[in-house]
Design a protein around this ligand. Structure first.
Ligand code: SF4
Length: 318
């Protein structure tokens, strides 16, 4: 799997000051699972080291990128052109997600500092030029900043989204039939329920295809809705409801004591006393004991390699 990254995040010495900005999570963990594909628009134009640049709003309210020098040079056009060129390459590289460097006037996804005219205080509401191109060209591509991924909740949601995104594109490449689509759709039932049950129902209508549309058209419609659905963030309460649904598959097959233990664990998860992984271990025990095929294929039970341990953190659910 290929993951696009701002080049400095994997330690490339491409920043304006000639150093990198290596990110531990990407380098120590994600690089075990993904081939990182580095992009650095600035270094393609100016090399490294180089003059620092910044976003400004000029006297006419126009946003520009200029060098942070005594006589600032307007580099907006140059940077825009290279950002478009780099963003165009993303599709060619078959990327399933992107991690951008926060706060950069080129790569920052949000809250980039914008300097105001007339000595007014700067504001943090800019978007990097390259980040803007990525968001515009690939609205459903999973994109995050390394700074935001410190938050276990955003991290878990992002990784879940990347793996689902990749899975869906592999599925499309396999020339699926209508019945393959039903199987795919069913396997995402609880993962999408944990984000928005409404989205799963809308996807279900597309799969049901009451208007007897051609397969290609159905897949296109499904793709858009599916990618929107996996971009939504999960919550403790929705996840708790999913766990209750799953529990319903075997609750009549177990003893009262066993039921009480599971229900107590679900409550502890809801109260953020134990992490999701603790409940999942318990649930998986019964799914396997009773060989519940419908659940065994659910992506919710195994959305990404367990070694990533994203469900081990209580803070991964809000
Ligand atoms: S933030 Fe983006 S443009 Fe700046 S050094 Fe890193 S990769 Fe290059």
């Amino acid at each position: 799997m290929k993951l696009g990254v701002s080049s400095c995040l994997i330690g490339t010495k491409c920043r304006y000051d000639g150093v990198g900005a290596s990110d531990k999570f990407i380098v120590d963990i994600l690089q075990k699972y993904f081939d990182t594909v580095p992009y650095c628009p600035e270094t393609i134009i100016w090399g490294s080291p180089r003059e620092a640049i910044r976003q400004i709003q000029d006297e006419n309210g126009q946003l520009k990128v200029v060098t942070s020098t005594k006589n600032p040079k307007d580099v907006t056009k140059e940077l825009e052109d290279i950002s478009i060129e780099c963003a165009n390459k993303i599709k060619d590289n078959d990327i399933c997600g992107f991690i951008l460097k926060s706060a950069s006037p080129t790569c920052g996804m949000e809250r980039v500092k914008v300097y105001k005219p007339f000595n007014s205080p700067s504001v943090k509401n800019g978007v990097g030029l390259f980040a803007k191109q990525i968001k515009e060209k690939y609205p459903y591509l999973p994109v995050e900043e390394e700074g935001r991924l410190i938050d276990p909740w955003l991290r878990e949601n992002f990784l879940m989204q990347i793996f689902a995104y990749q899975h869906f594109h592999e599925f499309l490449k396999s020339n699926p039939s209508f019945s393959d689509l039903v199987i795919f759709h069913t396997s995402y039932k609880y993962l999408i329920y944990a984000k928005a049950q409404k989205s799963y129902n809308s996807l279900g209508k597309i799969v049901a295809n009451h208007d007897k549309k051609q397969l290609g058209e159905v897949l296109e419609e499904y793709k858009e809705e599916f990618l929107k659905a996996i971009a939504l963030k999960g919550s403790v309460s929705k996840t708790y409801n999913v766990l209750l649904h799953i529990f319903g598959y075997f609750k009549k097959l177990i003893t009262k004591e066993e039921k009480d233990i599971i229900l107590a664990s679900l409550e502890e998860y809801k109260e953020k006393i134990i992490p999701l992984i603790a409940v999942m271990k318990l649930i998986n025990l019964y799914v396997n004991r009773f060989d519940v095929q419908y659940l065994k294929v659910q992506k919710f039970l195994n959305p990404y390699p367990s070694e990533l341990a994203l469900r081990s953190d209580i803070k991964a659910y809000k």
